[in-house]
Design a binder for this molecule. Structure first.
Ligand SMILES: *Cc1c(COP(=O)(O)O)cnc(C)c1O
Length: 222
């Protein structure tokens, strides 16, 4: 199957409220162009340097999403053009994004990364530390970021019940935050969950943004 066929097949499965982030990390520009030709406009990258190199040469109507762990000292390199930052895992990072965005008068949509997996290694707020950050309220003064929802990664397992349970917890947490902090905020609406092996489960549990890489572009070569 070609990249174009893969994209077409995935898009055909998506309910209207779910958008596809084509995760192009470690893949060449030609692969991105193939997906672009099929109409795909949202691409996800997880390394700042690689993203910048691609941004410079690829079509300017691509909507770039940063999906990886972002270090505060690298924020300034992506703020001028990034469409969404998926994995904000500390208040410090949120403030740093806001600070750089303010300098150039941008408002950057950000998702709060929530740790739902069993693995220790994954980043993200715990449910409780996220509640605490929002309760504290300082985020309301950050006018150059827009908290647009939450993001999570399920445990890397074949146990579908486990994966579904984790996604369900993420959706319930989204509903809690929506009710408590964003009831009137139209832009707080995204639940970024689901990758190549579990995006169907994620959609069943309420995902609005799926992040799919290898199922479109093939296995990453490095
Ligand atoms: C690499 C990556 C993906 C895509 O993973 P695939 O299994 O290739 O679909 C999704 N989300 C994040 C955060 C990633 O780093």
């Amino acid at each position: 199957m070609t990249i174009q066929e893969n994209i077409r097949n995935i898009i055909a499965e998506l309910p209207p409220h779910v958008r596809l982030v084509a995760v192009s990390k470690f893949h060449a520009n030609e692969a991105i162009e193939a997906a672009y030709k099929e109409g795909q406009r949202i691409f996800g990258e997880s390394k700042v340097q690689e993203l910048n190199a691609k941004y410079t040469v690829l079509p300017k109507d691509i909507e770039w999403h940063f999906i990886g762990h972002l270090q505060t000292n690298k924020v300034k390199y992506i703020v001028p053009f990034i469409a969404m930052i998926h994995a904000v895992d500390s208040f410090k990072l949120l403030k740093e994004i806001n600070r750089h965005a303010a300098k150039i008068n941008r408002v950057i949509p950000c998702l709060l990364e929530i740790h739902i997996a069993k693995e220790e290694s994954k980043f993200g707020f715990t449910f409780e530390s996220c509640r605490e950050m929002l309760r504290q309220g300082e985020w309301k003064e950050l006018n150059n970021i827009c908290i647009s929802g939450i993001m999570g990664m399920a445990t890397n397992t074949d146990d579908e019940t486990e994966i579904k349970t984790e996604f369900r917890h993420l959706k319930l947490f989204f509903d809690e935050l929506k009710n408590n902090y964003f009831p009137q905020t139209e832009s707080f609406r995204e639940i970024s969950m689901g990758m190549s092996h579990d995006y169907r489960l994620a959609i069943e549990e309420g995902s609005t943004l799926i992040r799919v890489g290898s199922k479109i572009f093939g296995e990453r070569t490095y």
